[in-house]
Design a protein around this ligand. Structure first.
Ligand code: THU
Length: 132
């Protein structure tokens, strides 16, 4: 199955009774692993988690630390990009050139990169003078 197909399948399992907006994500890691996630909402609204966060957690839990490619699938009028928080979460395990593929259910696809989505991102190099 394609990585987009994996994200579409994950999306079907989303728990989104409050927004009604189901999202699926899939990651191919640098060592070839495939990981998926869906959004999991909560009646205490801020406690919900995004699809990308679920896929990242699955990757990390399996021992992988590098995203080679990530796909986000949702049913929007145009391909849905990761929210701001998810861009930072992706940046923890990806570089500016890492492909981010956005797909809508009707087949529209946008190919971009993390660097295009999160220019000037905060990274560990900014903490060089931190007092430890
Ligand atoms: N959502 C994601 O899962 N990923 C994103 O990058 C955008 C937003 C979810 C969160 C919430 O469950 C629903 O979409 C509406 O915001």
């Amino acid at each position: 199955m394609s990585l987009i197909g994996v994200a579409r399948t994950a999306r079907e399992n989303a728990h989104a009774p409050y927004s009604g907006f189901k999202v699926g994500a899939a990651i191919r890691s640098s060592d070839g692993g495939i990981y998926s996630g869906c959004n999991v909402e909560n009646v205490a609204y801020p406690e919900g988690t995004c699809a990308e966060a679920g896929a990242i957690a699955a990757m990390v839990c399996d021992g992988s630390r590098k995203i080679a490619e990530i796909v986000v699938v949702a049913d929007g009028p145009s391909p849905v990009p990761p929210c701001g928080g998810c861009r930072q979460k992706i940046a923890e395990f990806a570089g500016p050139e890492t492909p981010v593929i956005l797909a809508s259910l009707d087949g529209a696809i946008t190919r971009t990169t993390l660097g295009a989505l999160l220019p000037g991102s905060f990274g560990s190099d900014h903490m060089e003078r931190a007092e430890t």
